[in-house]
Design a protein around this ligand. Structure first.
Ligand code: ADP
Ligand code: MG
Length: 686
């Protein structure tokens, strides 16, 4: 039965369309309606051909009747169509075309064509114009034609149709009452949305482009308000949960502070006080401890752990790599074990028996402090009385991993959480993305450090650099040599590291040169690092495994090959491995020219500053917030309309309004979140 056929095809077409729309995040009518144009085309006027030809080089729309249509084969196959109006004639040239176009564009057809008009060999012409067939009475549109962000398998025509269809189906009620709209100078929601989909032809196009138009202003405000509302709500819900009060700064803390070979910097002291106050409270702390590489976060974390232990709870410290966990373990155990604390160690590379023993200690509560890697996240790890969770280099872990660790306390209470990161989050980002996060900043380096001097050097001068490395080693300095990043292949990366190691051994036979990379077994890695820390190894050839956290204060020279392949924050982290002692340190960034403009900007930034916040700000500028935040937000354009660089003042207004709405107007909160968040809220959890 012929009628059955479309009935079968139609749903699959519909689901294909739904699939393409979903890829753009367009699932509901409201999603469609809030899918706003990225630009517009002006099809509201046609220009006489003669006038357009005089203008030259501009995007114009003309209308005319086809006077000739033929396929030419010289110099290549192309479709040449001539149209004419009262003022003159014009050639339309199609280098790719369908056979059907020769009939569609048959002589006497009237069309409207839109493209840049140029002077061709035979007079004015348009190459590959957009065009449509019209008749003498086809009206011109009175509004600008929207161009939407589109995706694979979605044409502008389809998007326009779907969006137009969704418009009458949504609830247009304004979520903000007139009094608030007036207070913040906001256009009505419905008016703003309708305007942005179909702005009148006489609009100031510039204000649409830079999104300064009042209609855009409303969209940005609504978006920021929704974000602030949901973040603040998350914060309130956290405060309603119960955590152990780690309020005893007792004998351990005192003994520990006494044995320290240095005194805390003012900044360390300040953040320690912030943390101490937080963890003494009966609801869970969620605090990010930020501080540039080398500022001394570890000791602060250890002191917080001491307070947990003093309060008869366990603490756990998780690090993203074995090298780093191992380093923490050595350092912290050396600090705390003499004070009578039992420290356990759990990583993936432990033997089965050792793992079982470690888990037993953790479960019985015998281990007061536990240090480890991802292995801590496994199901069979359970804590007796977990009070404090510390995550080092927090951006290396996913939200769910941090949550898993937090849920390992078996007391029914939620442990406090301290996250540490040397990747500073610029203020704007912190405010909009991390509202449910207290932030402590160590903005001071321990005394006696001198900033690392950075040089950018052409890879061609590698031999000179090798000589310099030799001289430095002879003078008693220790050196890192970082091998180029080869993202496509780990095998190639290892090969390069091995080759570099060999090359350097041949070039500098008098030196003791170590090699470390991700594939070396843990025990061996520990031995290699121990040799470097002891100073037996003078030069350490490394892949990016040394990127995070590694602390060897005597190392004062770093060479990074193919620095143009690294990202800014990665370079900053790597460079942070030197300049940790009192010796003046140098970082040499070797690059292979010619440099692209982004790579050039990155290297310039590295040369001009060692300030992590400045670097992060630059990074944000070069890459944009989506990428900056990394995996967590990948694919979720959290702020689609507002722009953190320009709209901070709006974000501040939204934050304040959110605060007062949550207190006084729950109905508005619910309606606004329903419209704007529509179950995307979970992404905002830290
Ligand atoms: P990061 O913040 O990058 O994790 P670390 O905690 O590894 O930094 O500290 C960097 C180095 O500075 C370590 O060798 C540490 O022992 C040392 N350090 C930390 N605080 C002080 C201080 N107040 N005075 C002197 N040295 C310090
Ligand atoms: Mg660290």
């Amino acid at each position: 039965m012929p009628a059955a056929k479309p009935a079968v095809i139609k749903p699959s077409n519909a689901s294909k369309l739904a699939g393409s729309l979903a890829k753009l995040g367009l699932r509901t009518d409201m999603d469609l309606v809030l899918h706003l144009p990225m630009r517009y085309i002006d099809e509201t006027t046609v220009m006489p051909i003669r006038q357009a030809a005089c203008l030259g080089g501009h995007m114009v729309q003309v209308e005319g009747v086809v006077t000739a249509c033929e396929v030419q084969y010289q110099p290549r196959r192309q479709l040449i169509v001539t149209i004419a109006d009262d003022s003159g004639q014009l050639v339309l040239r199609f280098l790719n075309f369908y056979g059907s176009q020769t009939t569609q564009l048959a002589v006497s057809t009237r069309i409207r064509a839109r493209a840049e008009l140029r002077q061709g060999f035979f007079g004015p012409e348009m190459v590959h114009p957009e065009y449509k067939v019209v008749n003498e009475n086809t009206p011109l549109p009175t509004v600008l034609t929207p161009v939407y962000p589109a995706g694979e398998g979605l044409s502008q025509a389809t998007l326009r149709r779907e969006i137009r269809a969704a418009m009458p189906r949504i609830n247009w009620q304004d979520t903000l009452p007139p009094s608030l709209r007036e207070q913040f100078g906001l256009m009505g929601f419905s008016e703003a949305v309708h305007f942005l989909h179909n702005p009148p032809a006489d609009v100031d196009e510039h204000s649409l482009e830079d999104r300064s138009h009042p209609a855009w202003h409303r969209m940005k405000f609504d978006e920021l308000l929704a974000q602030q509302l949901s973040l603040q709500r998350a914060q309130a819900s956290r405060r309603s949960k119960n955590a152990p009060c780690l309020d005893s700064v007792g004998t351990l803390s005192a003994a520990f502070l006494q044995t320290l070979p240095f005194s805390l910097t003012g900044a360390q002291q300040r953040v320690l006080t912030e943390i101490r106050t937080d963890i003494a409270a009966p609801y869970p702390m969620q605090r990010l401890l930020q501080g540039d590489v080398g500022c001394g976060k570890t000791i602060v974390a250890a002191l917080a752990a001491a307070q947990a232990i003093d309060s008869a709870y366990q603490a756990v410290l998780m690090a993203p790599t074995e090298i780093l966990a191992d380093q923490h373990f050595r350092k912290i155990a050396a600090w705390l074990e003499p004070c009578g604390v039992s420290v356990a160690w759990l990583t993936g590379s432990l033997r089965k028996k050792q793992k079982i023993a470690a888990r037993g200690q953790i479960e019985s509560g015998n281990a007061q402090l536990v240090i480890g890697t991802h292995a801590l996240l496994q199901d069979d790890v359970q804590f007796a009385k977990l009070g404090l969770v510390i995550v080092d280099e927090q951006h290396r872990f996913g939200v769910d991993q941090r949550l898993t660790l937090r849920n390992k306390g078996s007391t029914g209470l939620i442990p406090h959480q301290l996250m540490m990161s040397a990747t500073p989050i610029p203020r704007t980002l912190a405010m909009t993305y991390y509202a449910d996060l207290e932030i402590s900043v160590i903005d001071e380096l321990p005394p006696g450090r001198s900033p690392v001097m950075t040089r950018v050097i052409d890879q061609e001068r590698r031999n000179e650099v090798i000589e310099r490395v030799g001289a430095a080693a002879t003078a008693g300095r220790q050196i890192y040599w970082v091998c180029p990043l080869i993202e496509e292949s780990e095998a190639l990366q290892l090969q390069t590291a091995t080759d570099t190691h060999l090359m350097l051994q041949e070039a500098l036979p008098e030196l003791t040169i170590g090699l470390i990379h991700g594939r070396i077994k843990t025990a061996e890695k520990q031995a290699i690092m121990a040799d470097f820390i002891a100073g037996t190894t003078q030069l350490l050839v490394a892949t990016t495994v040394i990127e995070v956290g590694v602390d060897v204060p005597n190392a004062s020279l770093m060479v990074i090959e193919h620095a143009e392949r690294f990202g800014l924050s990665q370079l900053h982290q790597l460079r942070g491995r030197v300049g940790r002692g009192t010796a003046a340190s140098v970082c040499l960034l070797l690059y292979q020219g010619p440099l692209g403009s982004t790579a050039k900007q990155r290297l310039m930034t590295m040369r001009s500053t060692t300030d992590g916040f400045e670097i992060a700000r630059k990074d944000l500028e070069i890459r944009g917030p989506g990428e900056f935040l990394g995996a967590r937000q990948a694919g979720q354009a959290m702020l689609r309309f507002a722009d953190l660089n320009n709209d901070q003042w709006l974000a501040e207004q939204a934050r304040d309004l959110a605060q007062s709405l949550l207190r006084t107007a729950p109905d508005i909160v619910t309606a606004h979140l329903l419209r704007w968040m529509n179950n995307k809220e979970e992404y905002l959890r830290v």
